[in-house]
Design a protein around this ligand. Structure first.
Ligand SMILES: *[C@@H]1O[C@H](CO)[C@@H](O)[C@H](O)[C@H]1NC(C)=O
Length: 173
């Protein structure tokens, strides 16, 4: 969460610092590329609350939970997609962070603008089916507990990704 606030401040400064419109044939600078992957996808900050939350469903399988955990990582880290992200969080969402209250509402303003914080290349994720925990490493490591197909609990202090052999392998096709 600390990284996220740093990024949000950076994003506020960005328009002033961005280079003037450049020749389209020129290779984008590192800074321009960094700005483009942080560009808002869908800004939902006009909404006071997440448009949709996850409804717990005890029939959701471990395989489906793993797939959702990957979707959640994509929405939270890579895509910056607040709609998809909150659709996977239940209405309890225990934070385990002294700076934020429990519940999805408490973090809505942090994520409503829809900003990517990394790419698949420079971040990692994992779902450990033996604990129903998923992880995202984007410089900071967050851990989430999945219950009945929804993100239910969160930790972000001193977390570490499990070893790769513990991480669920999603079917690829
Ligand atoms: C993980 O979730 C599944 C349902 O998706 C449940 O059957 C299983 O008991 C859970 N395992 C743990 C360790 O909580």
């Amino acid at each position: 969460m600390r990284l996220l606030s740093a990024l949000s401040s950076l994003a506020l400064l960005a328009p002033a610092m961005a280079a003037p419109a450049s020749d389209a044939t020129k290779t984008p600078s590192l800074w321009e590329r960094a700005l483009s992957w942080r560009a808002p996808r869908e800004n939902l900050c006009h909404l006071p609350s997440p448009p949709q939350l996850c409804v717990p469903d005890a029939s959701i399988t471990v395989e489906e939970t793993a797939r959702r955990a990957y979707e959640f990582y994509r929405a939270f880290v890579v895509d910056g997609d607040p709609r998809a992200m909150f659709a996977l969080i239940d209405d309890v969402y225990i934070q385990h962070n002294p700076f934020y209250q429990d519940g999805p509402q408490a973090i809505w303003r942090l994520f409503c603008a829809g900003r990517s914080i990394g790419s698949e290349q420079n971040t990692r994720w994992c779902f450990d089916a033996s604990t129903n925990m998923s992880y995202a490493d984007y410089g900071n490591v967050d851990r989430w507990k999945w219950v009945d197909g929804c993100v239910h609990e969160h930790w972000d202090q001193g977390e570490r990704l499990p070893s790769p052999d513990k991480c669920f392998k999603l079917p690829t096709n």
